[in-house]
Design a protein around this ligand. Sequence first.
Ligand SMILES: [Zn+2]
Ligand SMILES: [Zn+2]
Length: 458
Amino acid sequence: MRITNLNCSDDIGASSWMVEIENHRILLDCGCHPKRDGRETLPLLDQFKDAEVDAIAVSHCHHDHVGALPVAIRLFPKAHVLMTELSYCLVERVLHNSVNVMNRQRAESGQMDYPLYTHIELDGIAHLFQGFQYNREIEWAAFHKTRLLNKSPTLEFYDAGHALGSAGMMLRGTHENLFFTGDVSFRDQTILKGARFEGVKADVLIMETTRGNRIVPQGFTRESEIDRLARSIQSVIARRGCVLIPVFALGRTQEILALLALLMADGKVPKQPLYIGGLGRVFTDIYDAQIHRTHRNLSGMALSQSHNLMVVEKKQLENMKLRSDKIFVITAGMMTEHTAAHDLTARMVGDEKHGIFFVGYADPGTPGGRLKAAKHGETFLFSGSAGLVTKRCEVEDFDLTAHANRDELVEFVGKVSPKSVVLGHGEPESKAWFKEELSKRFPAINVLNPEPGQTLTV
Ligand SMILES: [Zn+2]
Ligand SMILES: [Zn+2]
């Protein structure tokens, strides 16, 4: 089979892979690069602009995996568009929100490439989306081709435990197969149970490497990290400051709401309203509505009923007083410009009574990453629009990741025992760590790290 890395850069970037297997072609993921701008965010789809693509399959609905889907559909109009039934409940909301964000960026920073697609275009392609249950084999190749070749390769979604609807994907041909992890969490989170990748065997494994550059300290436990978060929130509230937890609307928001509900029930955080964004609220309702179809903990907990959720939008926040003890669980996780978390941070950062608590990854090149890196008391460039700020508030980082640790992924490679491993979705140093470690541990496995745009024959 042939595999092309369509990520436009060699960092985590946008997830997108073209796989050619037994005369059929399928695109796995079609994300946007979160740090780039305009058409530069897109995966390298043009390489295949005249090719026939039978199907597009999406691992989950985060922007870096699905944000460019309408552009791919425009290029490959005959492709079936496949996802899990839970992603099917989310995907249109995610993409319509992307249109809103792009329209705002066009208005605020004059990026004339935006929007890369429109609400009307989305409405016109929505009927192409198909949702499937986990662990069901789907034939995806074009009908006229399968008639010629007798058999279509299949696709099966495996629960990846990363966010609602997330999946690893197994591609099976007659003679060879491939497994793509997508983003994966092997351990339980507060709501979602860990990945169900048991029994996965494949000739080729495409793997995420997000945490390849991260060593988990000895004695670290998720429970102690949650206790530390509770104590930090409590001390901010005791000094009548505000707490900001920057999150992504899908996944992180719901995990943090569930965790806060448990902490409030235990008396570890005082009961009070939580301020969240409109999109976070929408996805929270979908999490609640899909409880029965989700492999999860706390199956009796409806998040929207466990909290007094106050929806606030960016505009309303501008006029909100930050004097009393408010808790904001608000987007974006990396504090990208033109988001509520970015604007709130610009207001909170200089006041030592406030607390800003990260619970996920923030790329060093984003406002969130720069805030994390700055020393206490340091004046630094937060963003183009907010300019220089001085870090005086409390800033902490809590490791409550939705990604597998590197040792867990190495162990997974051993279980899958592929002939080739293809490294993706990580910083260069993360991929370098995996290349070295996997080559040492499994000398018989071919470990590959394709450049952007590079095609491998495996
Ligand atoms: Zn993700
Ligand atoms: Zn991702």
